[in-house]
Ligand binder design. Structure first.
Ligand code: NDP
Ligand code: OXD
Length: 311
């Protein structure tokens, strides 16, 4: 019988944890970690952050490309065989990490933590008013698996929550807005804006001066999408004018951020090195095997990418 190889091309330490799950659940599959590819003709499934550039020629029998992360913007779709299904990572570990990060960042801005840090640096003891959560308006750009999970936690904390997406959604406790026409109303009621959009041609440069001008003056920004969605110079200008009060940035363009970049030392910017969330190997391997079973049964896979939309 033909051997089926599942090739993993990402962090090898995490790959060994994936291997344990595969050995337990699917001993019939030959799980391999790059560069130990075995017979390339037997590679039917590839999980990668960055696939090899000659993937199509090298693995002529490839049936599915899985992203080892939630994003797929690192893939060059034009270089992939047109009919090859591409699947992004949807797994509970990555969702939990994002919920923690967004909740922490929103609570920090809500309770004026950046301002207290500045006051501490200057030896200033000055209490600021405490606004109830129900009077703080949070807006999340992107109502996908991560945006909706973050909103569920923010709703549970009592915040006044809204979300914005391309197509219409209904989410418990969240005012849902859809499409370009409803973006201004969504922004006008948002005190803290969280970006959880995928990077596509339509979202590149999306966080710009025009968008900032539609927020209430002094709004907070939490950016956990992708660096190229933010126009750096426009954020610096909005911080200088007070249109944006404080920003928490987990993603930048490029990454790592060059040492001379103005964001590093800006008093109103908190930077983290793209750690808001990370794929957790054990839960990711389980989720991927569930998806593989769907594929084998001819059912739709969770996280199947629509290449025309780019996410
Ligand atoms: P999903 O694909 O599940 O959701 C994407 C959401 O964005 C959908 O609601 C979609 O709308 C909306 N959207 C996409 N394009 C547009 C547009 N042009 N206008 C309006 N809405 C749009 O993605 P996830 O929630 O799983 O992940 C989101 C992103 O988070 C990832 O692509 C990645 O960039 C980032 N990420 C960052 C991490 C970090 O550590 N910083 C970790 C993991 C992910 P609709 O529902 O109508 O399709
Ligand atoms: C992802 C990420 O897309 O870590 O998974 O950004």
């Amino acid at each position: 019988m033909d051997t089926t190889t599942f090739l993993y091309k990402s962090d090898p330490v995490r790959g060994r944890q994936w291997a344990e799950v595969f050995a337990r659940r699917r001993p019939d599959i030959d799980f391999r970690i790059w560069p130990d590819i075995g017979d390339p003709a037997q590679v039917r499934f590839l999980a990668a952050w960055e696939p090899p550039h000659d993937m199509a020629e090298r693995f002529p029998n490839l049936q599915v490309l899985f992203s080892s992360g939630a994003g797929v913007d690192q893939f060059d779709f034009a270089a992939l065989p047109p009919a090859l299904p591409v699947v992004r990572m949807v797994e509970p570990g990555i969702v939990r990490g994002m919920v923690e990060y967004v909740t922490h960042a929103v609570l920090g801005l809500h309770r004026n933590m950046p301002q207290y840090q500045r006051q501490q640096d200057e030896g200033v003891w000055k209490p600021l008013p405490v606004l109830p959560a129900g009077e703080r308006r949070i807006g999340v750009l992107g109502l996908g698996s991560l945006g909706q999970a973050a909103l569920a936690q923010l709703v549970a904390l009592g915040f006044d929550c809204a979300g914005w997406s391309r197509s219409r959604h209904a989410v418990d406790g969240v005012q849902c807005h859809a499409g370009a026409d409803e973006l201004p109303a969504f922004l006008a009621r948002t005190d803290i804006l969280v970006c959880l959009l995928p990077l596509t041609d339509s979202t590149r440069g999306f966080l710009d001066a025009r968008l900032f001008s539609l927020l209430p003056a002094g709004a907070g920004l939490v950016h956990v999408g992708r660096g190229p969605q933010l126009v750096d110079a426009h954020l610096l200008a909005a911080l200088a004018s007070g249109q944006i009060g404080d920003a928490v940035l987990d993603v930048t363009d490029p990454e790592p951020l060059p040492p001379e970049h103005a964001f590093w030392r800006h008093p109103r910017i908190r930077l983290t090195p793209h750690i808001a969330s990370m794929t957790q190997p054990l839960s990711a391997a389980e989720a991927l095997l569930d998806n593989l079973a769907r594929f084998e049964a001819g059912e739709p896979m969770v996280g199947l990418v629509d290449r025309a939309r780019g996410y």
